[in-house]
Design a protein around this ligand. Structure first.
Ligand code: SF4
Length: 247
């Protein structure tokens, strides 16, 4: 990024952090807090990824293409609770079609638990939410899923088949995803909430099994602390958030 680009990214981060701060200040006791935070995160991502990717080639990603959906996905607590709510609300509708997404999730979590990112990709275990080649939770998919955009479908397919291939990914989507997720994490941390991301399936499995998980998170309990991905990275991020706040 150029210096101007860095300044722009920092200004974007600060403005977004302030907007998450406002949502958190206004809605700490509101059961719709998770909806408000994720709506802000997803809408900001979608709008800015589109702006930042102007002039780029069209993405190769399309419905029916699920080659990347065997990757490790990391997610923050609000993303996890939103997906948990979606799964609870849609369970009977999916059941009418003979699909039990919660059971599929439990099974997948049991198979992927403890696997590194590389081991998980190498094992080719698909995300449990792929149904007929499409994401069954598309409207509430994580920022990580939204930010993974490829320009080369053949390379994705080859990599998923275990070949030594690497697809060219959209840097614009990746950068916007990183800024939006970081701003959300910084605000959650400032509000005294568990903020560090964890593996999506592990967090979601817990949120579904423990009906009180979201309420405990809202009370400031570190409900996903033991699922935290990398304590050293979290420490570095916390220091960066503090430094940016002091600027
Ligand atoms: S949540 Fe949806 S988009 Fe994300 S990995 Fe799973 S199937 Fe793919």
């Amino acid at each position: 990024m150029t210096e101007a680009g860095d300044d722009g990214a920092q200004a974007f981060f600060k403005a977004l952090r302030a907007s998450f701060d406002e949502i958190l200040a206004a809605g700490r006791g509101d059961p719709r807090l998770v909806d408000a935070l994720t709506a802000q995160a997803f809408q900001t991502f979608d709008r800015n990824a589109e702006i930042q990717s102007e002039g780029q080639p069209d993405p190769a990603c399309a419905r029916g293409c699920d080659d990347c959906c065997c990757l490790h996905v990391s997610a923050t607590a609000p993303e996890i609770f939103l997906a948990a709510r979606f799964l609870r609300l849609t369970a009977s509708a999916f059941a009418r079609h003979g699909v039990d997404l919660c059971a599929k999730l439990s099974e997948a979590h049991a198979q992927t638990a403890g696997k590194s990112q590389q081991e998980r990709f190498a094992s080719c275990l698909m995300c449990p939410f792929i149904i007929g080649g499409a994401c069954a939770i598309y409207s509430v998919r994580t920022l990580a899923c939204r930010g993974h955009v490829s320009f080369d479908r053949d390379a994705c397919r080859a990599a998923a088949a275990g070949e030594d291939a690497e697809a060219l990914l959209s840097g614009a989507h990746r950068a916007v995803r990183s800024l939006v997720q970081s701003a959300l994490q910084a605000s959650l941390r400032d509000a005294g909430l568990d903020w560090s991301p964890c593996e999506f399936l592990a967090g979601l499995d817990r949120a579904l099994r423990d009906e009180d998980c979201e309420a405990r998170w809202l009370r400031g309990e570190p409900v996903f602390a033991d699922l935290r991905e990398d304590a050293a990275v979290a420490q570095d991020m916390a220091a960066t958030f503090d430094a940016l706040k002091a600027n």
